[in-house]
Design a protein around this ligand. Structure first.
Ligand code: ATP
Ligand code: MG
Length: 362
């Protein structure tokens, strides 16, 4: 018996291929007494093919019940012709919206063996381990009024950056909670010098810290300076918390400090549930990669590291997460590479399944 429930949604394209390797990792933990109650279901194009909708109500209900959802990828050229309302991506959007996942976590982590892979100098990225927390459900992407209006004889495009105190406070709490499990340090980024929402952002983050997390070190930085510092010396940061728009830019920037799309995990967290764990969905940053789907070429590491994040943030299994990350690093250190990790010097890539097997063996 276990109280660890996991809903697996492999999805489309390389989703099922990389998820099969995660299943090997889950099975391995099971043989070591750390078991999960796993349910597998359809999402995206796969769900559309079976049920005519990219996410059924039953699957949505299941997602609301479990401790964590692990998703592969959705979409593919086959579904491009579909009406917007049943596009595969809508399945993922519905999950995010109905689970109210307001904190998007994107780590930028450099595995020693790949330090040469970065476009930056090796000593700048070696050992890098930072986390960007991006507010995901509000800000300029959603603020009203918005639209293109006519003013005199020209058109005007309008978006509104709007943040309520409670929206800022809840994502700040996610960042402080994370920091306590990591380096105990948060840097909050906004543009309080030119934006009112930024002024409020800075105030509320500081208030939450002073009232609830006095043990966590907090600093503030303008987002433009933050972008500069991230490329100059990223190791000065531990957790960065920022709004939806700046987070979009900064998380892409930070992630690419270290290498391939095939290596990047993510988590989206919501409010704490009755058991104290946050609602959570884990997924690789990459998409369904139709160009390599079905060929056994996909790198399963992004999805495996997404499961490591689930171990850490949904199941309080931090040392098991570390063990898994160490196995990934050790396999890379042995020189094993899927095709996406091959440098210009070439070599012989291993398959998706070989990479999964090698990680389990380590
Ligand atoms: P989406 O719109 O779903 O984000 P996309 O077209 O933006 O999809 P991906 O599907 O992530 O992007 O693919 C981008 C490129 O990266 C493709 O060439 C793909 O083959 C490659 N790629 C993505 N994920 C992996 C992976 N896990 N292993 C190897 N290559 C990958
Ligand atoms: Mg994309």
């Amino acid at each position: 018996m276990t109280d660890r429930s996991l809903l697996i949604l492999p999805g489309d394209g390389i989703g099922p291929e990389v998820m099969a390797e995660v299943r090997k990792v889950i099975d391995w933990f099971g043989t070591r007494g750390i078991s999960f109650t796993v349910t597998e279901d359809l999402v995206g194009g796969a769900a559309y093919d079976a049920h005519g909708t990219p996410l059924t109500d039953a699957t949505m209900a299941k997602a609301q019940e479990v401790d964590a959802v692990l998703l592969g990828a959705v979409g593919g050229p086959k579904y491009d012709v579909l009406d917007f309302s049943v596009k595969p991506e809508r399945g993922l959007l519905r999950l995010r919206k109905e689970m109210d996942l307001y904190a998007n976590l994107r780590p930028a982590q450099c595995f020693d063996a790949l330090a040469d892979f970065s476009s930056l100098k090796k000593d700048v990225v070696a050992g890098l381990d930072i986390m960007i927390v991006r507010e995901l459900t509000s800000g300029v992407y959603f603020g009203e009024p918005r639209g293109i209006i006519k003013e005199g004889n020209e058109r005007v495009g309008i978006n509104t950056q709007r943040y309520t105190e409670s929206e800022i406070a809840r994502v700040a709490r996610s960042a402080f909670e994370l920091a306590r499990r990591r380096g105990n340090k948060v840097c909050s980024m906004e543009k309080a010098n030119v934006m009112e929402s930024g002024v409020l952002w800075r105030q509320v983050v500081q208030e939450v810290r002073d009232a609830e997390y006095p043990d966590v070190e907090l600093s503030h930085m303008y987002a433009d300076a933050g972008a500069m510092q991230l490329t100059r010396w990223p190791k000065q940061f531990d957790v960065i918390v920022t709004d939806n728009l700046f987070g979009d830019l900064l998380s892409d920037l930070a992630a690419m400090l270290t290498g391939s799309l095939g290596m990047l995990p993510s988590a989206s967290l919501g409010a704490p549930m009755e058991n104290g764990r946050p609602k959570a969905l884990y997924e690789p940053v990459h998409g369904s990669a139709p160009d390599i789907a079905g060929q056994g070429k996909a790198n399963p590491i992004a999805c495996i590291l997404s499961f490591a994040m689930a171990l850490r943030y949904s199941f309080d299994l931090g040392s098991e997460a570390e063990r898994l990350e160490h196995a990934v690093n050790a396999v890379l250190a042995d020189g094993l590479r899927t095709a996406d990790l091959m440098g210009p010097e070439g070599g012989t890539p291993i398959s998706t399944a070989q990479m999964g097997d090698a990680i389990v063996a380590k």
